[in-house]
Ligand binder design. Structure first.
Ligand code: RTP
Ligand code: MG
Length: 165
């Protein structure tokens, strides 16, 4: 009986770090997805925007420069397909290269939306990325996911599991 207790105790001691690691992994899955849009890329703001993101405490999980086609931009923003600005949005998002990235931080989705500011840069708070680097509601420098669920969908639109660290 005593030896059974010891084996049990030793097993739980052995597995504790594994359970702890799983817990850490769960609490670290607080991710968002972003794109630096074609206007900010063309205007040479990508470096300053990435610097601001990293200084705000976001860790880069994945990052690439790429270019959307009208088809892939249309698919990415399909949720807006019934909106009057959809055609303009698809045309703009496929008009030049973008940088896509998955970012990690506590409260990532909400904190990133705070960092980028309102959709319309004229309404964005001082110091936000859109206030600093965007010219209009249509061409507003950056994208930020609006929920944990969409962050996962959008991140895997651009990156395979092998590209996320
Ligand atoms: P995003 O998805 O790009 O992070 O922007 P958001 O959540 O702040 O805004 P959302 O309502 O999701 O709109 C997506 C993008 O569509 C363009 N838009 N144009 N002309 C217009 O009235 C208008 N409204 C939205 C913007 O590029 C916006 O970011
Ligand atoms: Mg949105």
């Amino acid at each position: 009986m005593a030896s059974l207790f010891i084996i049990n105790f030793q097993l739980s001691t052995f597995f504790r770090p594994i359970f702890a690691a799983q817990k850490t992994k769960n609490t670290m899955s607080n991710r968002t997805f972003t794109m630096i849009k074609p206007d900010a890329m063309k205007n040479g703001h990508a470096g300053a925007i990435l610097d601001k993101i990293i200084k705000a405490g976001f860790r880069v999980v994945a990052l690439k420069q790429t270019k959307l086609t009208t088809e892939t931009a249309g698919e990415f923003y399909a949720v807006h397909s019934a909106r009057p600005f959809y055609g303009e949005l698809v045309e703009f998002m496929s008009s030049g290269v973008i940088i896509a990235a998955i970012l990690e931080k506590d409260n990532a989705v909400a904190d990133f939306r705070t960092l980028i500011g309102a959709t319309d840069p004229a309404k964005a708070d001082e110091g936000t990325i859109r206030k600093l680097y965007a010219a209009s509601v249509g061409e507003n420098a950056v994208h930020g996911s609006d929920s944990d669920e969409n962050a996962k969908i959008e991140g895997s639109f651009f990156f395979s599991g092998l590209e996320q660290f």
